[in-house]
Design a protein around this ligand. Structure first.
Ligand code: NI
Length: 138
């Protein structure tokens, strides 16, 4: 079985608040485009993140990746930065970047990618609600 490529998944959740807003637009324009998501008092989501790591089975361990290592990396890169935070106000990643699902999924991907060995392929899916989710890369 060693050498076979397998996808390993880890699912996590985190909670964060955000507001969708383009600073260069008027409040009226923001309301028109983002609706309730532009509410100046922010709103929260229970985000779910599916992390998919693809690689070859190591003949010595039988693992593609040690899930304890993956768990720790996600904890450090995602939870420590974003969980129970206001993405717009607390997180420098979104100081000048609208925290849409699209932008969040790319930001998280870049952080996890930087922590994983190059031999792995990575794809992540970010669920903002039960019905709306975002995937990167495509
Ligand atoms: Ni929202």
């Amino acid at each position: 079985m060693s050498g076979n490529r397998v996808a390993v998944f880890r699912k996590v959740t985190f909670n964060a608040a955000h507001r969708l807003y383009n600073k260069s637009w008027s409040d009226e324009q923001n309301r028109k485009v983002f609706g309730l998501c532009a509410n100046e008092h922010y709103h929260g989501h229970n985000y779910r993140l599916d992390v998919k790591v693809i690689g070859e089975i190591d003949p010595e361990t039988g693992y593609v990746i040690n899930l304890d290592d993956l768990k720790r990396i996600i904890q450090e890169e995602v939870h420590n930065r974003f969980d129970h935070h206001n993405l717009n106000l607390d997180c420098p990643e979104f100081k000048d970047l609208n925290p849409t699902g699209e932008n969040i999924v790319v930001v998280i991907y870049q952080m996890l990618r930087a922590r994983l060995e190059a031999k792995y392929d990575l794809q992540i899916r970010l669920w903002e609600t039960e019905r709306n989710y975002f995937e990167y890369p495509v």
